[in-house]
Design a protein around this ligand. Structure first.
Ligand code: GDD
Ligand code: MN
Length: 372
C-alpha cells in the first residue's frame, strides 16, 4: 500500500497531532499558526490533552466546537508524551501524520515541506531537525545542549540510521510506516520519534528539514530531571525489552538500592549497640520498604504515580504487605531448595530473591499501582 493511495472520503490528507499539558495560553496561537501555514491543504488538528489542570481543555473544547478541523482527545489518569502522541496518531485515518508541540517552539512553517517530501515518496519519515544546516537549537543553555547531544549519541545504540536529530519531537510520518512500528513501541517517556525509528522492522527512509527551535513564551516546560531516567528506560527497553520488560528492570534495580538502605540502617543500629538484632533487622526492613515504595512511585510508576495522602498511604500499606509476603516466599523457597535439592547456598539464595522480586513486582502492579 502506498500512503498516497488512501485519501478517503473524509478528504483529510494530513493529521497534525498536538500533545498538550497545561498549555492554556498557547493552544489558540498554535491552531492559528497551523491553519495559516496549511491553508490549501486538507488537514485536521488533533489535540491530545492529559487532563490539564489550567483550563486548557475548555479552550480546546471551544476551538473544536467552532472549527470542524479541530478535534480533542482527553486522557485521564495517565501522563506521558509518547503514549499521548501515539494515541493521537491512532485516532486518525489520513495518509500522512505530523506531530508538533503546542508551545510554538517547533516551527510550523516547515510542515508543508515535510508533507511534500512524504507525498513524493522520498521518505517514510521527515524530521524537523535542529542540527542540520540551517537548523538551530536557538537560545538553549549550554547544559541543555550538552545533555541533548549526549542523548543523541546514545540513540545510535538503538537506531542505526544516520540522523542528526533523533530526539526531535517534531516530525511527519506516513501511515504505513506508523503501522509497521506501532505495535512494538516501548511508549517510555518523551521520545516517540526515536521509539518509532527503533521499533520499525524495516529501516525507515528518513529525511530531515532544518528549523530553529524557538523559545517558549507562555507556560512552562514539562521536561524535568525525570526525562533522563525515562530516556534510559527507553534505551534499555529497546535493547533488552523483548526479554525482560524495562519496568521490571527498573523495579529490580531499585530493589537493589533498597538492599543498601537496609544494610546502612542495620549497620548504624548495630554500631549504636542496639541490643536486639531481630528488632534492628525489622526496623531496617521497614525503612528499606518505605524507601523502595517512594522511589518506585517516582521512577518505575511515574506514569501512574500515586498522589495525595490517602492514595499514598493506601499504596504504601499494600506495598509493605505484598513485600512482606515476598520476603517470606524468598526465605521459604531458598530454604527449601537448599535442604531438599542441595543447592549451593548462593544459588538457593538467588532463586529465593528472584522469586521474591517477581512476586513483589507482579503483586504490587495489581494491588499498589493498578491501572484505573
Ligand atoms: N498530552 C501530554 N502529556 N502532553 C505533554 C506531556 C504529557 O505528559 N508532557 C508534555 N506535553 C506536551 C507539552 O504541552 C508540549 O506541547 C509538548 O508536549 C512538549 O513539551 P515541553 O515540556 O515543552 O518539551 P520541550 O520543549 O522541553 O521538548 C520538546 O522539544 C524537543 C525538541 O524537539 C519535546 O518535543 C521533546 O520531545 C523534543 O526532544
Ligand atoms: Mn517546549
Amino acid at each position: 500500500m502506498r500512503a498516497g493511495d488512501v485519501v478517503g472520503a473524509s478528504g483529510i490528507e494530513l493529521s497534525v497531532i498536538v500533545p498538550t499539558f497545561n498549555e492554556r495560553d498557547n493552544v489558540r496561537a498554535i491552531t492559528q499558526a497551523i491553519e495559516e501555514t496549511l491553508s490549501g491543504i486538507r488537514f485536521e488538528i488533533v489535540f491530545v490533552d492529559d487532563d490539564s489542570t489550567d483550563g486548557t481543555r475548555d479552550i480546546l473544547a471551544e476551538l473544536a466546537m467552532r472549527k470542524g478541523h479541530v478535534r480533542v482527545l482527553h486522557r485521564i489518569g495517565r501522563r506521558g508524551l509518547s503514549t499521548a502522541v501515539t494515541e493521537g496518531m491512532l485516532s486518525t485515518v489520513s495518509p500522512y501524520i505530523a506531530v508538533i508541540d503546542a508551545d510554538l517552539q517547533h516551527d510550523e512553517r516547515v510542515l508543508p515541506e515535510m508533507l511534500a517530501l512524504l507525498r513524493k515518496e522520498e521518505a517514510d519519515v521527515v524530521i524537523g531537525s535542529r542540527y542540520v544546516d540551517g537548523g538551530s537549537t536557538g537560545e538553549w543553555e549550554k547544559s541543555r545542549v550538552r545533555v541533548s547531544s549526549t542523548a543523541t549519541r546514545l540513540a545510535k545504540l538503538i537506531a542505526s540510521t544516520e540522523i542528526s536529530d533523533p530526539m526531535s519531537g517534531f516530525f511527519a510520518i506516513t501511515r504505513p510506516a506508523l503501522y509497521s512500528a506501532v505495535r512494538d513501541l516501548s511508549g517510555q517517556g518523551y521520545k516517540v520519534l526515536l521509539d518509532l525509528i527503533a521499533s520499525a522492522p524495516r529501516p525507515l527512509r528518513i529525511k530531515e528539514v532544518p528549523y530553529t527551535f524557538r523559545s517558549r513564551t507562555a507556560g512552562e516546560s514539562k521536561l524535568d530531571a525525570m526525562i533522563v531516567w525515562e530516556y534510559l528506560l527507553l534505551l534499555v527497553d529497546k535493547l533488552v525489552g523483548h526479554v525482560v520488560p524495562a519496568r521490571f528492570l527498573s523495579f529490580m534495580f531499585i530493589g537493589g538500592l533498597g538492599v543498601f538502605v537496609h544494610m546502612a540502617v542495620l549497620g548504624v543500629m548495630v554500631a549504636l549497640g542496639h541490643p536486639r538484632f531481630l528488632w534492628a533487622q525489622a526496623v531496617a526492613t521497614g525503612v528499606a520498604m518505605v524507601f523502595n515504595f517512594f522511589v518506585n512511585n517516582t521512577l518505575t510508576y511515574r506514569d501512574r504515580r500515586l498522589k495525595g495522602l490517602i492514595p499514598v498511604a493506601r499504596g504504601l500499606l499494600t506495598f509493605m504487605l505484598v513485600c512482606s509476603v515476598g520476603a517470606i516466599a524468598n526465605v521459604g523457597i531458598a530454604g527449601y531448595l537448599y535442604k531438599s535439592f542441595e543447592y549451593v547456598w548462593w544459588a538457593a539464595a538467588l532463586a529465593g530473591i528472584l522469586m521474591g522480586v517477581v512476586w513483589n513486582y507482579a503483586a504490587t502492579s495489581v494491588f499498589t499501582w493498578r491501572t484505573r
